[in-house]
Design a protein around this ligand. Structure first.
Ligand code: MRU
Length: 335
């Protein structure tokens, strides 16, 4: 059986039941949702109740271990693995973690192999986050005012996070003056989740609408931009939350360093460049209005045609450095 454990957003209890923290309801409510079937977890991943590249890979891995403990056979586990792999197309951590789990499914004692593999992936992610924070700290100047986008913290990983892990470490080292948090339309991961995490960490922050970043940089108020990644291609191009590319273009124009923090589980050496990264298109209603634990509101016409890619691609040429668990890279190749 998968051992009991708890991270910020994933939990297996003493009875072997799997729960995820509903990130849709945050920060207004902290609700844990059962996730004991493939349908349940795919629903949670697609609705972004569990989200962030590292943690969706870990959630899928834990579920396979839980299903094996419930008595699912190897054929059903292979099929479950295949379905989970397709839950979201951009974050390669999901595919990378499931490749590890697929090998465990083929072991003679596969329930134990799956439980061990899932636990190892969780511990590995915690160690990767800590190593990213160590590497990133070397780039943070005293009195920094850092802009971050989307949410890359303990909700999105099993550890301290990636870009937010660096910010947390820099705050401990008293290097941060403040963090600018972009709200991250359409699903507001910045406004809801990063703002909440900044408060929890005691980091001084100010929230802004995404399109306010340009005037902020023009006024010399941003010393660096730190973001995470959902997939890094072999040439260093980075897919991350929609709006990341805007910030990279602005940063270059205003001569502000632009850093990408990610674990090596986010690298996709088989993917030659950003054009080859699949980008998820999401539901029109996310842009026509907004919904959450506070309710739902559509302000656009009901049938307004919508463009809603979940991610964009930032070309390597706009990135000052990639900060991985293995160190700081000023140019590709990254390992
Ligand atoms: O759609 P989301 O909320 O899963 O997008 C998340 C991001 O873009 C993060 O920056 C990325 O997954 C890195 S999380 C450590």
């Amino acid at each position: 059986m998968m051992q009991a454990f708890s991270t910020r957003s994933l939990r297996v209890d003493e009875n072997g039941e799997f729960w995820i923290l509903d990130q849709h309801a945050l920060p207004q409510a902290q609700n844990w949702l059962p996730s004991n079937t493939v349908d349940e977890l795919i629903g949670h991943i697609q609705s972004l109740r569990v989200r962030g590249a590292p943690v969706i890979g870990l959630a899928a891995s834990v579920l396979l271990a839980v299903l094996a403990a419930q008595g699912l056979g190897q054929a059903e586990l292979r099929q479950s693995c295949q379905r989970l792999r397709q839950a979201r197309p951009t974050a390669v951590n999901l595919m990378n973690n499931l490749a590890v789990m697929a090998k465990a499914v083929e072991q003679v004692n596969y329930p134990q192999a799956l439980a061990e593999a899932a636990w190892q992936l969780i511990q590995e992610d915690q160690a990767l986050c800590a190593a990213i924070a160590d590497a990133g700290l070397t780039l943070v100047q005293p009195e920094s005012r850092i802009l971050t986008h989307c949410n890359t913290g303990s909700l999105a990983t099993a550890g301290v996070g990636t870009a937010i892990g660096v910010l947390a470490r820099a705050h401990q080292a008293k290097l941060l003056k403040k963090v600018w948090v972009s709200e991250t339309r359409p699903l507001l991961q910045g406004g809801r989740l990063t703002a909440w995490e900044m408060g929890e960490l005691g980091i001084p922050y100010q929230l802004l609408c995404d399109h306010m970043a340009a005037s902020l940089m023009q006024r010399g108020q941003v010393d660096a931009v730190w973001v995470g990644a959902d997939r890094i291609a072999a040439n260093g191009d980075v897919a991350n939350k929609i709006g990341t590319y805007n910030l990279a273009v602005l940063a270059q124009y205003h001569k502000v360093p632009f850093y990408v923090a990610a674990p090596s589980t986010t690298l996709d050496p088989q993917c030659p460049n950003g054009e080859a990264i699949p980008i998820e298109q999401r539901a029109a209603d996310e842009v026509r209005g907004v919904s959450g634990s506070f309710g739902a509101c559509n302000w656009a016409p009901d049938q307004a045609p919508v463009y809603n890619p979940a991610f964009d691609v930032t070309p390597a040429a706009l990135i000052t450095a990639w900060v991985l668990d293995t160190g700081v890279y000023r140019q590709p190749p990254l390992l």
